[in-house]
Ligand binder design. Structure first.
Ligand code: PEP
Ligand code: MG
Length: 893
């Protein structure tokens, strides 16, 4: 026998589960048809047929016969024949892929009209104007979509006809005028294609089907798919559906509806209706729609039926549905439905409402919301109003709303904040020196750099609002002002508002309200109290359930007692990364400078001795905030030159001093040191464990501070759980050397204090060689923490500080990746190394603890990966902790 492929399915033959084959629209039309809802009859040509067409450049040989079979059945059901002159069946030909690609592909309506059937349509509908208007719409859509004629030609011709009638409204054109427009349109087709507009209805249909197939590869569709990471070979289905008309008079119309408010999740009647119109008129905004409730007054019967259908759809889909419908002379038709998009707040509310209504269980509720949605609910928001003027729009680097006086240096930010002022730090770009200013400021605005620039990464880490790369702004830090387009100048002290969710920047104060969800996480709102609204209660319920389900622990990246305490309130179970370099900035920088410049052992020891008590105090407070929970302290990582002045600045200062005849000895010595330490590629240079091995005593001082702080806590009745982490290890020998030194220091301190404490010593896996030799390294490490920032940098060879501004936008545009690998873990590359190191490490040391502390630890997709690979915990910045808890729960369900 011959096996034949089914390329065409009647609407009654499919179901909502068949999205891949029938596309989203086709699958849902089939589902509604089988529910017995009033769907205009039709059929769907499968995505298989599209793929065949795209591969072979022609439709499958038996497609035409299958289409004929289904068309004949459709004609029989409708009692009409496609394009028949006295009473034509008309069809729409619509695209519909498995993944929603709004507006990306083509649709042709009114297929089946020609010079003869237009008369039949006029007679049957009783309206000449309607028939000629439908015909001109067909030629226009067909000309543009199928025949590739620039749509402007048709629009100009229509405008001209209106101008001749002295109007700019379509509705002022009568049947005769529209007949004339049809003639002009036909002339355009002839002129641009060298042939007449096809009169054969079946030829129209077949050409329209192929045009929908072709539209899969239109440039805008290709670009959209790359960005959305939709597979390029999926293809689109084609829906051929009998036409119903909402533009046959006042007893007709068209509308959209939601089964719940997609903004808030509240149940009720939401939607818009437009009397005497077709769907495209609603989109085009030609006339004003009325609220859906008005339909009750206009047509009570259709309204009641629609309400019944909506509640039926919702309990069937067990979710919010959105709907397109048409009323044709009092008869309701369903044209489309799908599970509808919603805001973040509505997603949480709806998920728990559906649990309460018994439609879904709580596992499903957790699956129905996302970490990204939760993150959106955590940022303060600007509420509209106020009289601020928008200055520009930059990149939305770290969401939130910040208002404050513009300041142009870190020092000013700190000083002004200390005296109680709210400030926004404005810089061309930021560097590690700006850290104290960034902490002091409400938000950060830069004119240069992309979403992984220093400002963006650090601000996101702190949960601080940031707009970066606002290139229209001329930032003049010397004169403490910036200039916006239109010549507006903002001086230091002027109040500005920045919105990190949209990238907008205003002069003046835009009113802000804090997030209730954050107040709940902070413990300021009790979810069981009257103060908690239903959003807070939903978030509480969903997260509690996620916590019960997840296998991954969630820790935080924190290096201050305040951040540690907050992260703990947000649900962190310990610190996965305490970056000690942040403790060497500010005033203490002088001490580090002394250490670096020390020429004698005594000088060096003096510098170390000065730093030690400061370090100890830092750790003491952090251990206290995280009492009873693990605190992973990473020994110093950044290149030494970061603690010294800038080479160029210093050279200039020295040269000027010399020229003026009073050379500065101290600066000369400093300059020599800066020169000595200067590196071409500092991120690949003297940092991390290399620093610990080269600068004698540095790591030992840190380990001593950790051990003494732990002893002090212990004596005070606390339960400190320090873990020592060595960064940038590439070879086990590096780790062994530091480990030996550290163990000696620990033993000495514990003996001095008379304290027994078990301190784990482990390493970061952030150099590819460490991942590849993980089995060896595990012999000397009690835990691994994947430093996926550096691991990504070194695996791709992408400088994490430069690539964003340099070329990532081009890579994203070209679709080389859909998202930056610094934001979401590159599974096949960097992820592969994580897998290898996990397997090798565990095989060498079965109780090896495994975690991740790069930025990816708070990225939803990456959290799922870390769950799958089998890590023990993820560690992320305090504000990402709830997001990671939720995603870890979702990954486990
Ligand atoms: C990392 O490299 O992923 C990491 C956490 O360390 P840092 O970002 O401080 O280099
Ligand atoms: Mg690192």
């Amino acid at each position: 026998g011959t096996s034949t492929t089914t390329w065409v399915y009647d609407f009654s033959e499919g179901s909502k589960e068949q999205k891949d084959l029938l596309g989203g629209k086709g699958a849902n039309l089939a589902e509604m048809t089988n529910l017995g809802l009033p769907v205009p009859p039709g059929f769907t040509i499968t995505t298989d047929a599209c793929r065949f067409y795209l591969e072979h450049g022609s439709t499958p040989p038996d497609l035409a016969d299958q289409v004929t079979e289904h068309l004949t059945a459709l004609e029989k059901a409708m009692g009409k024949t496609l394009g028949e002159p006295s009473d034509p069946l008309l069809v729409s030909v619509r695209s519909g892929a498995a993944a929603s690609m709004p507006g990306m592909m083509e649709t042709v309506l009114n297929v089946g009209l020609n010079d003869e059937s237009v008369q039949g349509l006029a007679a049957q509908s009783g309206s000449d104007r309607f028939a000629w208007d439908s015909y001109r719409r067909l030629i226009q859509m067909f000309g543009k979509t199928v025949l590739d004629i620039d749509g402007e030609h048709f629009e100009h011709a229509l405008d001209e006809a209106k101008r001749e009638q002295g109007t700019d409204l379509d509705l002022d054109l009568d049947a005769e005028h529209l007949h004339d427009v049809v003639d002009r349109f036909k002339a355009i087709v002839r002129e641009h294609t060298g042939r007449d507009f096809p009169q054969d209805p079946r030829e129209q249909m077949d050409l329209a089907i192929n045009a929908v197939f072709d539209s899969w590869n239109s440039p805008r569709a290709v670009l959209y798919r790359r960005r959305e990471r939709i597979p390029s070979d999926a293809g689109t289905a084609v829906n051929v559906c009998s036409m119903v008309f909402g533009n046959l008079g006042p007893d007709s119309g068209t509308g959209v509806a939601f089964t719940r408010d997609p903004g808030s999740g509240e149940q009720g009647v939401y939607g818009d209706y437009l009397q005497n119109a077709q769907g495209e008129d609603v989109v085009a905004g030609i006339r004003n729609t009325v609220p859906l409730t008005e339909l009750e007054r206009i047509d009570a019967g259709a309204y009641r039926e629609l309400m019944e259908i909506m509640s039926r759809l919702e309990s069937h889909y067990r979710d919010l549905c959105d709907i397109e419908f048409t009323v044709e002379r009092g008869k309701l038709w369903m044209l489309q439905t799908r599970v509808g998009k919603r805001t973040a707040a509505a997603a949480f509310r709806i998920a728990t409402q559906l649990v309460d209504e018994g439609l879904i269980d709580t596992d499903e509720a957790v699956r129905r919301v996302s970490g990204d949605q939760l993150a959106q609910l955590m940022f303060p928001r600007f509420v509209s109003g106020g009289d601020a003027t928008q200055l520009t729009q930059g990149m939305n680097a770290s969401p939130g709303a910040a208002v404050g006086k513009a300041v142009f240096s870190s020092e000013t930010a700190v000083q002004w904040a200390d005296r109680g002022e709210q400030v926004v730090l404005v810089r061309r770009e930021t560097n590690p020196d700006d850290l104290s200013g960034m902490i002091a400021a409400e938000g950060v605005l830069t004119s240069r750099g992309g979403k992984t620039s220093h400002a963006a990464v650090v601000a996101r880490g702190m949960g601080k609002t940031c707009v970066c790369g606002a290139e229209e702004l001329q930032v003049d830090t010397k004169n403490r002002r910036f200039t916006a387009p239109g010549g507006v100048t903002v001086e230091e002290g002027d109040v500005i508002s920045i919105d990190g969710s949209t990238g907008r920047v205003w002069l003046g104060e835009v009113p802000v309200e804090p997030s209730a969800v954050v107040r709940y996480f902070e413990g300021e709102i009790d979810p069981d109290s009257a103060e908690a609204d239903d959003l807070v209660r939903s978030v509480h319920r969903v997260l509690t359930h996620a916590d019960g389900a997840r296998r991954l622990d969630v820790r935080t990246n924190a290096d201050t007692p305040e951040d540690s305490a907050r992260a703990r309130r947000f649900g962190a179970r310990g610190i996965g990364l305490c970056r000690t370099e942040h403790m060497f900035l500010g005033d203490r920088r002088q001490l580090v400078e002394k250490l670096i410049l020390a020429e004698t052992d005594e000088d060096k020891q003096a510098a170390l001795d000065a730093l030690a008590p400061l370090q100890e105090q830092d750790f003491l407070e952090i251990f206290e905030a995280m009492d009873g929970l693990p605190v992973t302290v990473r020994l110093l990582d950044p290149p030494l030159h970061e603690f010294l002045p800038d080479l160029t600045d210093l050279s200039v200062r020295v040269a000027v001093a010399e020229a003026q005849g009073h050379p500065d000895e101290a600066n000369l010595r400093l300059l020599a040191a800066v020169r000595r330490l200067h590196e071409q590629n500092p991120m690949l240079g003297l940092r991390g464990v290399r620093l610990g091995l080269v600068v004698k005593g540095l790591f030992a001082m840190q380990v001593r501070a950790i051990a003494q702080a732990a002893c002090a806590r212990k004596r005070a009745g606390g339960d400190p759980r320090p873990e020592i982490m060595i960064p940038l290890v590439g070879a086990v020998q590096e780790l062994e050397a530091i480990r030996e030194e550290s163990e000696q220091v620990l033993a000495a301190v514990f003996a001095e204090c008379g304290v027994e404490l078990d301190v784990l010593i482990g390493t970061m896996i952030e150099v590819p060689r460490a991942a590849l030799t993980a089995a060896e390294i595990a012999h000397s490490a009690e835990f691994f923490s994947f430093g996926t920032n550096d691991l990504t940098q070194m695996t791709w060879g992408f400088s994490r500080d430069d690539v964003e501004a340099a070329f990532f936008h081009a890579y994203l545009d070209k679709g080389i990746f859909g998202v930056s690998p610094f934001e979401s873990l590159d599974r096949p590359g960097v992820g592969r190394l994580v897998e290898v190191a996990t397997e090798e490490g565990r095989s060498a040391r079965p109780d090896l603890k495994l975690g991740v502390c790069g930025e990816h630890g708070g990225d939803p997709d990456s959290v799922h990966f870390f769950h799958e690979v089998g890590l023990d915990y993820v560690s992320c910045s305090p504000f990402r902790v709830p997001v990671a808890r939720l995603e870890a729960g979702r990954a486990a369900l």
